[in-house]
Design a protein around this ligand. Structure first.
Ligand code: DOR
Ligand code: ZN
Length: 398
């Protein structure tokens, strides 16, 4: 297959030639080999498909909110071909068996590959770490997402094991004894501790959904001190501040100056990726207080409208935050760039197409989407995974 008449992130004309699921060539006016299928991109913007460092598909146990098929369809419609799944499932994902089942099922669905993250403590019991000693080499990420590990000694041991076994600690920074009365302090204090542990033990640490100006500053300082710390921000912590939205999500929607600090953290390179924290919940569960929102299908448009249109961030930078950046965090060596030999995971976006979000049209099983009715720029038109079409918008005629 050859995709013709696309534009790259800088607006330069480009084509891409795909064979055997890989990028064979990328350049201007590529010749069309005889018999090759041609997709006319019609001047749309071509980028590496998106990679999400932080996603919930709810298998096992909460399939009534999302399952692997609907989660995969939502990912493809959002331009994603790879997601990193969090372990707050039922049972908690504490074993290679569960993780491998989830990953195999996603492969079978075929729309979006995934990595399944393993809980830091077994079944989130806050103390047991033995299962980390037995993890096979293909499972590298550990997280207590939805919870912080509050006991310092347990977390110190977890970091030591992670360093020893080359695991990446993905931290949902929340001290649950503090968050009921001060969620800012709850995030900040765990961020300080975890950055310190990363430095002390030389551990790879990824801070999830950073939301406060203090946490961003702590991470920046840790990076300057040589700690192996990366971080993500979510589209919703960039888009909303607490004067614009009252919606339950963890960490909560913050103040306008926190949002400014996140944008600054993106500009100065502290932030290496966007993580959606796609968190599907039914209307009933939301009414009962469940935290979170779906995010896969709106992530690019929200980030593009906010960061590029409003704040003037170059599209090239946003593209990196959604592909090469997360690929680096997750250690994916053949994804995230448009270069020969890399996986042909691609997305075509119409950056000038303004559209209105309709929650009831989302592919996700859950419709907890606070962008409902919002107009955004940057519509995903086509997603290709290993050269195969996984999503095509009804608006795309190529
Ligand atoms: O709001 C959230 N929802 N934050 C999290 O960290 C977890 C997520 C969920 O699983 O629903
Ligand atoms: Zn979280």
């Amino acid at each position: 297959m050859i995709v013709k008449h696309a534009k790259d992130v800088n607006g330069t004309r480009c084509d891409v030639w795909i064979s055997d699921g890989k990028i064979r060539a990328f350049g201007v006016d590529l010749p069309v080999p005889e018999g090759e299928q041609v997709v006319d991109a019609g001047g749309l913007t071509l980028m590496p498909a998106f990679i999400d460092t932080h996603c919930h598909w709810r298998t096992p146990g909460f399939e009534y909110k999302e399952d692997i098929a609907t989660g995969s369809a939502a990912a493809a419609a959002g331009g994603y071909t790879y997601v990193n799944l969090m372990p707050n499932t039922k049972p908690v994902c504490s074993s290679a068996e569960i993780a491998h089942e989830v990953m195999a099922k996603a492969k079978e669905v075929g729309l979006c590959d995934c990595n399944q993250t393993i809980s830091i403590t077994k079944n989130f019991d806050g103390k047991t770490l033995d299962h980390l000693l037995e993890l096979p080499d293909d499972l590298r990420c550990i997280s207590e997402d939805g919870n912080g590990v509050m006991n310092n000694a347990v977390m110190a041991r977890a970091f030591a094991i992670a360093t020893d076994r080359s695991l990446i600690v993905m931290s949902h920074a929340e001290d649950r004894e503090i968050s009921p009365w001060d969620y800012r302090l709850a995030e900040n204090i765990e961020t300080v501790r975890n950055c310190h542990l990363a430095q002390y033990y030389g551990t790879r640490l990824h801070m999830c959904h950073v939301s406060t100006k203090e946490a961003i500053r702590t991470i920046r300082q840790a990076q300057f001190s040589g700690a192996r710390v990366t971080c993500e921000v979510t589209p919703h912590h960039l888009w909303f501040d607490d004067s614009r939205l009252q919606y339950r999500v963890n960490p909560p929607i913050r103040k306008a100056d926190d949002v400014d600090a996140l944008v600054e953290g993106i500009r100065n390179g502290t932030v290496s990726c966007i993580g959606t924290d796609h968190a599907p919940h039914t209307a009933e569960d939301k009414e009962k207080g469940a935290a979170g929102m779906v995010g896969l299908e709106t992530a690019f448009a929200v980030c593009y409208t906010k960061l590029c249109r409003e704040c003037g961030l170059p599209l090239e930078h946003l593209s990196a935050l959604m592909s090469a950046g997360p690929a680096g965090v997750l250690g994916l060596t053949t994804k995230g760039l448009l270069i020969p030999g890399f996986d042909a995971d691609l997305v075509l976006v119409d950056i000038d197409h303004m559209f209105t979000v309709h929650a009831d049209e989302l592919h996700s099983k859950s419709k907890n989407c606070p962008y409902d009715g919002q107009s955004l720029y940057g519509k995903v038109m086509l997603t290709l995974k290993a050269g195969k079409e996984t999503y095509r918008s009804a608006d795309f005629k190529g």
